[in-house]
Unconditional design. Structure first.
Ligand SMILES: Cc1ncc(COP(=O)(O)O)c(C=O)c1O
Length: 375
C-alpha cells in the first residue's frame, strides 16, 4: 500500500525523469562505439603485460595515500613522463586518482586567490564542481565566445582573472579557441586552465594535446593543463601540469591528493606504457586523426580531426539509429539530459583505431546520411 509508505529522506531531491541508475553498459554481446579508448590501448598487449608485471611485483593496491604508504616509485616515473609529454619539460606534473579529482583540486586551488573565474558553458561537471568549492565569482560565458570574456574584462577589469575551458569538448567534440583565450590571460596577468582530457593522445601531430594542435607552447606562468589517463591512454588516473612553484603549492593543499588512496601500481604501469607507446609511435595518432577527418566529413560534413562525432537532430530519429546499431551488434546510446542539455540529444560516436570492417560497414550503412551515400 503505497499510501502508507514512509518517505525516504532522499526523496526530497528532485531527480531527473530519466532513469540514471547504473546499468551494465554495454550488454556483453554489444560492442561500444562511444568508448574513450580512442587508440585501443586498453587492450594493447604491451600495456597489459606492463600492468600484470607491476601487480606481480607490487600487489594490486596502493595501500594508502601517497603521503603515507602509497608513494610507489611508478608515481614519480609517470609524473616525469607526463610533464615531458605535455610540456616538453617546461612544467611539472602531479597525479590524481582520476581526471575528476585533478579538476576538483586545480579549480579549488586557483579559484580562491583570484576572485573571478570565466567558465565555458559546456565545461565538464568536474570543472564546475571544483569551482563550487571556491568563493570566487563565476561567470559562465557562451560556448567558445572569447569576445564575450575580452569585452567583459574591458568593462570590469579584474586582478588575475582565470579562464577555464576544455580543449576538445567532451560532448560536441569541437575545440576551444585556446590562442585567443591565452592572449586574454597573458594581457591581464591571468591564468588559463585547460582540461585536455579528450585531446591527450588524440590531438596535435604527436598526440600531445590541444596546445600542440593549436601550435602554442606551454606557458607555466599563465597556464595549468589537466587531463586523464582514462581516455586515449586506456587506463585510469588524472594529472595536472603546471609551473614548479604552483606544483609545490598544489601538492601541499590538494585535498583530492592528500586524503585519498594513491593509484595502484598496475594502473600506473599501464599508463606509463601507454604514454611511451604514443611517444614512440605517433603513427597511431596520425591514423586516428585520418579516420576522424574522414568520418567527421562523411557523417556531419565538418572539417575536423576530432575523434568525437556528435550526431544531433530529431531525438526519435536518433533513437531509431541507435536501435538499428544495436541490432547490428553495436552499442551507441542516445545521450539525453542531464548528460547533454535538454533539446541537444546526441549520438556520440568516438572514432577508434581498432575499428574493423564490421564496424565500418555498420556505420556506413546506418549512420551515413542517405544523400551522401556513394558521394
Ligand atoms: C572533459 C572531461 N574532463 C574530465 C573528465 C574526468 O576524467 P576521469 O574519467 O579520469 O575522472 C572527463 C571524463 O568524463 C571529461 O570528459
Amino acid at each position: 500500500m503505497s499510501g502508507d509508505r514512509k518517505k525516504h529522506p532522499g526523496e526530497a531531491y528532485r531527480f531527473p525523469k530519466r532513469d540514471v541508475r547504473l546499468k551494465t553498459l554495454p550488454p556483453p554481446h554489444l560492442r561500444s562505439l562511444s568508448s574513450n579508448d580512442y587508440l585501443g590501448l586498453s587492450r594493447h598487449p604491451q600495456v597489459i603485460e606492463a600492468s600484470i608485471r607491476a601487480i606481480r611485483e607490487s600487489g594490486t593496491g596502493a595501500t594508502g595515500s601517497r603521503y603515507l604508504s602509497g608513494n610507489h616509485v611508478l608515481n614519480g616515473a609517470l609524473e616525469e613522463s607526463t610533464a615531458r609529454f605535455k610540456t616538453s619539460g617546461a612544467g611539472k606534473a602531479i597525479l590524481f586518482s582520476s581526471g575528476y579529482h585533478a579538476n576538483l583540486a586545480v579549480m579549488s586551488f586557483v579559484g580562491e586567490p583570484s576572485g573571478m573565474i570565466f567558465s565555458d558553458e559546456d565545461n565538464h561537471a568536474s570543472l564546475i564542481d571544483g569551482m563550487r568549492l571556491t568563493k570566487a565569482t563565476r561567470i559562465v560565458y557562451p560556448h567558445n565566445d572569447w569576445d564575450f570574456v575580452r569585452d567583459f574584462l574591458k568593462k570590469h577589469p579584474a586582478r588575475a582573472p582565470i579562464i577555464v575551458t576544455e580543449s576538445v569538448f567532451s560532448m560536441k567534440g569541437d575545440r576551444a579557441p585556446l590562442r585567443e583565450l591565452y592572449e586574454i590571460v597573458a594581457m591581464t596577468g591571468g591564468l588559463l586552465v585547460i582540461d585536455d582530457a579528450h585531446a591527450t593522445g588524440t590531438m596535435g601531430k604527436s598526440g600531445r594535446g590541444g596546445l600542440e594542435q593549436q601550435d602554442l607552447p606551454f606557458d607555466p606562468d599563465h597556464m595549468i593543463v589537466t587531463g586523464t589517463f582514462s581516455k586515449a591512454l586506456g587506463s585510469l588516473g588524472g594529472f595536472a601540469v603546471l609551473s614548479e612553484r604552483a606544483e609545490k603549492l598544489l601538492a601541499s593543499v590538494a585535498r583530492t591528493l592528500i586524503y585519498t588512496t594513491a593509484l595502484p601500481p598496475g594502473v600506473l604501469a599501464a599508463s606509463l606504457e601507454a604514454l611511451s607507446l604514443i611517444e614512440h609511435s605517433p603513427k597511431r595518432v596520425e591514423s586516428l586523426q585520418e579516420s576522424s577527418r574522414y568520418w567527421q566529413c562523411r557523417l556531419t560534413g565538418r572539417e575536423s580531426d576530432s575523434p568525437i562525432i556528435a550526431l544531433t537532430g530529431d531525438p526519435a530519429h536518433l533513437s531509431e539509429l541507435s536501435n538499428k546499431m544495436a541490432l547490428r551488434g553495436f552499442h551507441l546510446p542516445l545521450l539525453t539530459y542531464p548528460t547533454v542539455s535538454q533539446g541537444e540529444e546526441t549520438l556520440r560516436l568516438s572514432v577508434n583505431t581498432s575499428w574493423d570492417e564490421t564496424v565500418l560497414s555498420a556505420i556506413e550503412d546506418i549512420l551515413t546520411p542517405k544523400e551522401k551515400k556513394g558521394s
